[in-house]
Every structure is written in C-alpha cells, then in structure tokens.
Design a protein around this ligand. Structure first.
Ligand SMILES: [Ca+2]
Length: 151
C-alpha cells in the first residue's frame, strides 16, 4: 500500500500526536534527572559499575539504565525520594545498595558535610544505588534483578 505524505490518511493524522507525546516523554525523562545530579555530591560523575576501569559515567544515578531516567529506579533513588531529594546526613550515612559502603563514601563525601554547589571532598568511587561488584553473588541478589552489564 502506498501512502502519500502530502495528504496524510486518517490513520497517519492520528499518529502525529502519539509521536509528539512519545518525544516529550523522552525529553522529560532525560532533562529532569540532570537537575537531580546537582543535588548529590559528584552527581554528574558517578562511575559506571559495569566499566572495569571506571572510565565511563552512569548519568542516571537513580536508575538501572546508565543514560535514561526510565521507570526502573534503584534503591538509592528510593532513599533520595524519601529524603525529599535532599542530601542529608541520614541519606549520606545509608548504604542504599547494601554493598557495605555508605552513600557518602561512594559519592566522595565520606564526612557527610557536602552541600549543593560545594566541591565534594573527593571523587565518586562507586555507585550508591547498584551493589558492586555487580557479578558477585551478593550483588546479584541485592540489585533487584539488575546484573547484566553489557559484555
Ligand atoms: Ca553502598
């Protein structure tokens, strides 16, 4: 069946709003999480737990997808939401992903005194919402089903 793009048929006219809506959802998902990065120490510089040499960054820190704020939020995001999106001593001292390191230690704020806009004491060394090493038995159990780093 040939479809003329100059005179869209009824079906195609109905698809335009759906495409626009899908595009808006993608844009909102990407944009709104960048503002969250500024609310935690080193939020824009969290190492990718799948990267052996920690050479890549996990941009969507609260999600199980490194680049997108999709619906699968991790345990750190849940704790972050419980603390009203605020970096508090309580959130800093939690070990959200259960790997034995507190969130502050993993994000470069071991003394839990960072505030937004301030330079963190050190670099982020691990991911606060994904138990590492991801391929360990303990972390496979704790990572809520996430244990698939691309090979
Ligand atoms: Ca941890």
């Amino acid at each position: 069946m040939l479809v003329s793009y100059n005179t869209p048929n009824k079906c195609m006219k109905m698809m335009y709003p759906a495409h626009i809506l899908a595009l808006c959802v993608v844009i909102v998902n990407v944009c709104c999480h960048e503002e969250h990065q500024k609310l935690i120490p080193n939020g824009n510089n969290v190492p990718n737990p799948c990267s052996k040499n920690q050479t890549s960054i996990w941009r969507a820190v609260g999600h199980f997808n490194p680049d997108h704020g999709d619906v699968d939020i991790n345990s750190f995001a849940k704790d972050f939401m419980k603390s009203n999106k605020t970096w508090t001593r309580e959130l800093c001292n939690l070990d959200s992903d259960g790997d034995g390191k507190i969130n502050g230690e993993e994000l470069g704020d071991p003394s839990c005194d960072w505030t937004p806009g301030k330079k963190p004491k050190g670099p982020a060394t691990n991911h606060p919402g994904i138990c590492e090493p991801v391929d360990s038995g303990m972390c496979k159990r704790l990572n809520q089903g996430f244990n698939l780093c691309p090979k």
